[in-house]
Design a binder for this molecule. Structure first.
Ligand SMILES: [Zn+2]
Length: 249
């Protein structure tokens, strides 16, 4: 009688295979996969649907972060210090810096909050509502640190600490969902800086997000920015896409 070696088996596409056989099959398939296209961002094209335009747009999920003015970089990281690039962001010229700070709220602090570069005229802290609750703060939804509703907050770096005053002089807030587009794209879509658009999210948690603020600057690539709470609520990750809905006027 033949000896049968009892190997653990699993189902793969209906066939019963040993684990060893499955590993070989997975490796074989991986080896024959085409390499991913080198990511050259391509500007999407709008499609007319009934009475409106639809535009598939990439979505960036913004994790909590800090923007700093040059003066605060020196206070937090030392005299003469410049921000250093850790990761280039999707938008040309913008980067996640190596530098990180501790953000101190009323009840707790969050360590290792990434600084984004380049420096700006005002320092500001962009948190999700979940972050705000964790550190014991009530934050407004705002576009930038110049909004008078921004709250005072303290930042601690390796060389020093600063307290942002809030009230329009730089502070903490929850970023308003927005889309970056170039001046040319704005013209082609018939939208202007400050307009509010809708973004449809398809998938397991289908949703339409209203009030996507249009921000226009020459050279910007088309990209929606949501925060981690929004991304998690609608079941999407960084780099996935949504459909912008532009009503004709
Ligand atoms: Zn943005």
């Amino acid at each position: 009688m033949e000896t049968v070696i009892n190997q653990p088996t699993m189902k793969l596409n209906g066939a019963s295979l040993t684990v060893e056989r499955i590993s070989q099959e997975v490796l074989r398939r991986l080896a024959t996969m085409q390499p991913l296209e080198t990511a050259v961002p391509q500007e999407p094209t709008a499609v007319a649907v009934n009475d409106h335009l639809e535009l598939e747009v990439p979505i960036g999920i913004s994790v909590r972060h800090v923007h700093l003015c040059p003066e605060h970089v020196e206070i937090l990281f030392g005299k003469g210090h410049d921000l250093t690039v850790y990761n280039e962001l999707y938008q040309k010229g913008y980067y996640a810096a190596r530098e990180q700070v501790m953000v101190v709220g009323r009840k707790r602090a969050i360590e290792k909050v990434r600084v984004l570069g380049p420096t700006r005229p005002y320092s500001q802290v962009e948190l999700s509502q979940t972050d705000a609750l964790i550190i014991g703060m009530k934050l407004p939804v705002a576009t930038d640190g110049a909004d008078p509703a921004c709250q005072p907050i303290t930042l601690v770096g390796p060389e020093g600490a600063v307290t942002l005053p809030g009230g329009g002089g730089g502070g903490a807030f929850i970023a308003r969902r927005h889309i970056h587009i170039s001046d040319k794209t704005a013209v082609s879509l018939g939208v202007a800086h400050g307009d509010l658009l809708d973004l449809r999210i398809d998938g397991p948690r289908p949703t339409t997000l209203h009030g996507i603020l249009v921000r226009v600057k020459a050279g910007w690539l088309t990209e929606v920015h949501l925060d981690t709470d929004e991304g998690n609520a609608v079941g999407i990750r960084n780099g996935q896409t949504g459909t912008l809905i532009i009503q004709k006027r």
